[in-house]
Design a protein around this ligand. Structure first.
Ligand code: CMP
Length: 144
């Protein structure tokens, strides 16, 4: 089974020119990029993406942050990519994220934690469908 996950570089990550370094980590680990785009997310899309968080006290701050600038949304494919990506990204709260993880290396505050990674295979499927049209995802293999 080809597992896929949604990774997004959040506005602070784009602003700080971290997109390349973040992508490099996924490429060097061996995952395959099958979709990517840059966009300024609408509140409507984000409210669907974060539907489970709508009652949280930090929800308005989260939406404000996520609409504050462009984001880069990617789909990565590979063995156990959902779980491995969560480990590579590090804990939600950068204070607790281990060094060597994206958040552990590049951030200090939970409300500006640089990157998003789907938290489960089902969540990934839902998020990929939300952010990408089928035809925006590329099935490719290169053996030559
Ligand atoms: P992420 O796990 O990608 O998706 C939910 C986001 O909500 C999370 O990253 C944080 O950016 C944000 N978040 C979670 N908890 C808090 C909090 N206590 N205060 C501010 N933002 C939060």
């Amino acid at each position: 089974v080809r597992e896929r996950t949604l990774i997004a570089v959040k506005p602070d990550g784009v602003q700080r020119r971290l997109v390349g370094q973040i992508m490099q980590r996924f490429e060097q680990r061996g995952f395959k990029l099958v979709g990517m785009k840059m966009l300024q997310a609408s509140e409507e899309l984000l409210s669907q993406h974060y539907q489970e968080l709508s009652r949280k006290p930090f929800y308005p701050t989260l939406l404000y942050y996520m609409t504050s600038g462009p984001i880069v949304v990617m789909v990565w494919e590979g063995h156990n990519v959902v779980r491995t990506s969560r480990i590579m990204v590090g804990g939600t709260n950068p204070s607790e994220a281990q060094a060597g993880t994206v958040r552990g290396d590049f951030s200090i505050h939970i409300s500006r934690n640089v990157v998003h990674a789907s938290d489960s295979v089902e969540g990934a499927q839902r998020e990929i469908q939300l952010w990408f049209h089928r035809k925006e995802l590329v099935d490719w293999d290169c053996y030559n």
